[in-house]
Design a protein around this ligand. Sequence first.
Ligand SMILES: NC(=O)c1ccc[n+]([C@@H]2O[C@H](COP(=O)([O-])OP(=O)(O)OC[C@H]3O[C@@H](n4cnc5c(N)ncnc54)[C@H](OP(=O)(O)O)[C@@H]3O)[C@@H](O)[C@H]2O)c1
Length: 276
Amino acid sequence: MATAPLRTLNDGLSLPTIGLGTYPMDDDEAAGAVRGALELGYRLVDTAASYGNESGVGQGIATSDAPRDEIVVTTKLRGEDQGYESTLRAFAESRERLGLEYVDLYLIHWPLPRLDRYVDSWKAMIRLRDDGLLNSLGVSNFTPEQIDRLVAETGVVPAVNQVELHPYFAQEELRAYDAAHDIVTEAWQPLARKTDLLRDADVREIAERHGVTPAQVVLRWHVQREVVPIPKSSSPVRQRENLDVFGFTLTDAELATIGERGQARSGGDPATHEEF
Ligand SMILES: NC(=O)c1ccc[n+]([C@@H]2O[C@H](COP(=O)([O-])OP(=O)(O)OC[C@H]3O[C@@H](n4cnc5c(N)ncnc54)[C@H](OP(=O)(O)O)[C@@H]3O)[C@@H](O)[C@H]2O)c1
């Protein structure tokens, strides 16, 4: 069984360098997919209150043989629960649905700057960490300015920033900001939801050269750029394929070619996007 190498977060805890995404699985699908992924060697699992599958994710963890202390379970605070007291309450509900004594990594799902509650949410998360109910604090879809504000008001730097990132939207500036602040960048939609990326002629040619699949080339591109991808797959075959990217190395020229796919996000802009 292969597991992804670990890296150390700015709070001293460890994060596997590839994880499993679970959106849009329902509870039943998530239970099977998470259990199967853990048996294959995955040790990082990504869910969110808004996905509606935390119970299934928890069931997958409970029924697998993977040691709990090796698994990094990530869930996220949804927009409607932002604010100090509501964050404490929402976290308790997530933990209950997951069936876990503690959560490894808790992220603010979107900043929702119009509400202006993300600093209060962050303060509640610091308390939860101090109470021993969660290990690492992070954010998702935050801009450098929004992270600067969290740090200025609380002194606590997020361990992780999970953002849309793939070869069509390589996020060079954000990646540089995160690196400079010792924040790990996680990539959502790392395969660009497969779309045209896995049929791209350059990606296919590089894959053939290394004797791997286009998805493995794209995931290796993330790993070599020190970004942690969390590809979603419900298929055991593709889950195995996605974890198996540590046996080959892309050249600098190949990394550059893969990254030259344009600069267009497909999801929301953190400055304006609202989802609750
Ligand atoms: N923080 C946020 O705001 C946010 C937003 C969106 C997503 N996320 C998280 O990020 C995770 C990943 O993003 P995503 O699911 O949107 O996109 P993704 O991982 O880029 O793409 C998932 C799609 O690719 C297919 N796929 C997976 N591995 C493959 C392979 N080796 N070959 C061919 N096709 C493959 C999957 O199908 P099969 O299942 O059939 O394999 C699925 O249709 C989500 O599941 C979620 O946990 C977070």
